[in-house]
Write a protein that binds this ligand. Structure first.
Ligand SMILES: Nc1ncnc2c1ncn2[C@@H]1O[C@H](COP(=O)(O)OP(=O)(O)OP(=O)(O)O)[C@@H](O)[C@H]1O
Ligand SMILES: [Mg+2]
Length: 392
């Protein structure tokens, strides 16, 4: 656990005092990732650097696992905390392998162990060990160097990590890969992490909690969904962006919202049966046809069923899209829009139908939580469920 108690830094500059961090009090529970988010110059890096005492606090305290770190030896403190600095900061005269293994060597690991660790870290950051370990930082791109910076901070397996925009220089595709790898690693290792970001989407994806800073002050400290649903003031609201309702879609999985109640037909069913079932379930456009394993094999359109005689197996269209239970709603919404659908079937790992998710259930979910948070009538219109209900 990391706890900051009224942590304050005032820089004396020729132009007067600058309060870079102003009585910051917050707590990051063990095993969680806390994202520090806010505009440039709001005090994120300063706050981070006070934790491993690269910057000495003017006042206030830092506790790690309940222990006041003021009393700890600075070297010991720094070695026990992984640190990814904003400017990458690899040692230019050391190979990548030497860079990654600096702290393990200081801690007295044996050679075989730290060399294997370097390879393991390279795999985590998706760089080929044999191709990179013997190179020097100047022979790597900025984004690759940044990944090495992350590997170096993780190498000694510290329980606490401070990461200052660790993925900022990496292109979006590789960034997503590394974010995913990092989250996978975090599921096993459960490190306690303070992570600075400029990027709200990254914050929502990576953060168990998000701390919004403004001009040295901590403005709001909440879990991502709470933050997006109930920003504390106009600053937070404008910082999150007008599409914050859409951003919440990232946080919800299909399994949280899918309805198991789905009408289906078999290839041997008649179109008459299909039409009746479409009516029974209140569907408007179509119904899914499944095989004996409950895998979707086609769609029977209401228009066809109404005007044609015969069996479903002879009159189906292809299934435009299915989603799996672990997909997030952002992907689902995107697929719905691009395929002009108001619902999509959900399948399990074997591709069997387990339910469906509708546009209406999505808007309803977002709308109801907004109302729950706001508690006031005047904000209801902001995100009320769609009245032009589609089928569900
Ligand atoms: N050594 C210093 N001397 C004087 N002022 C400083 C010093 N370091 C930082 N500051 C000031 O403190 C404030 C906070 O800086 P800090 O580096 O913590 O911002 P940040 O939130 O990390 O910004 P960015 O997103 O641009 O990295 C800024 O106004 C900055 O100019
Ligand atoms: Mg910074």
């Amino acid at each position: 656990m990391i706890r900051l108690d009224n942590l304050t830094k005032v820089f004396d500059t020729p132009k007067g005092a600058v309060t870079a961090a102003d009585h910051i009090s917050m707590e990051v529970p063990t095993g969680e990732i806390c994202i520090l988010l806010g505009p440039s110059g709001c005090g994120k890096t300063t706050t981070l650097k006070m934790i491993n005492r690269i910057i000495r606090p003017t006042s206030g305290k830092v506790f790690i696992n309940g222990e006041d770190t003021t009393s700890l030896d600075t070297q010991d403190l720094r070695r026990s905390i992984g640190y990814v600095i904003q400017q990458i900061g690899l040692f230019p005269n050391m190979t990548i392998e030497e860079n990654i293994t600096v702290v393990p060597k200081l801690l007295g690991w044996d050679k075989a162990k730290y060399k294997e660790r370097a390879r393991e870290m390279m795999r985590m950051i998706a760089l080929e060990p044999d191709a990179f370990l013997k190179r020097y930082p100047s022979e790597l791109s900025g984004g690759q160097q940044q990944r090495i910076g992350v590997a170096r901070a993780l190498a000694a397996d510290p329980p606490v990590m401070l990461m200052d925009e660790p993925f900022g220089a990496i292109d979006p595709i590789n960034r997503a890969v590394i974010q995913d790898e990092f989250l996978k690693m975090q599921q096993d290792l459960k490190k306690t992490i303070m992570f600075v970001s400029h990027d709200i989407d990254e914050a929502i994806k990576m953060g168990d909690r998000i701390a919004i800073f403004r001009e040295g002050k901590l403005v709001q400290y909440s879990q991502p969904d709470e933050l997006l649903a109930a920003p504390k003031n106009e600053f937070v609201e404008s910082f999150l962006g007008e599409d914050r309702a859409l951003k919440r879609l990232n946080l919800v999985k299909v399994r949280d919202l899918a309805s198991e109640d789905i009408g289906l037909v078999r290839p041997d069913d008649t179109l008459e049966t299909a039409l009746a079932r479409i009516g029974d379930y209140g569907y408007q456009t179509s119904i899914v046809m499944v095989n004996a394993k409950r895998q979707p094999v086609g769609i029977i359109s209401a228009a066809v069923a109404r005007t044609t005689k015969g069996h479903c197996r002879d009159h189906f269209q292809s299934v435009p899209v299915v989603v799996s239970l672990d997909d997030d709603l952002r992907k689902v919404a995107s697929l719905m829009f691009s395929n002009d659908m108001t619902w999509v079937p959900c399948v399990d790992d074997e591709g069997r139908i387990v339910g469906q998710i509708t546009q209406r259930s999505i808007t309803h979910h977002l709308g109801s939580r907004y109302r729950a948070h706001s508690g006031a009538d005047d904000t209801v219109g902001e995100a009320s469920p769609s009245s032009s209900a589609s089928e569900e």
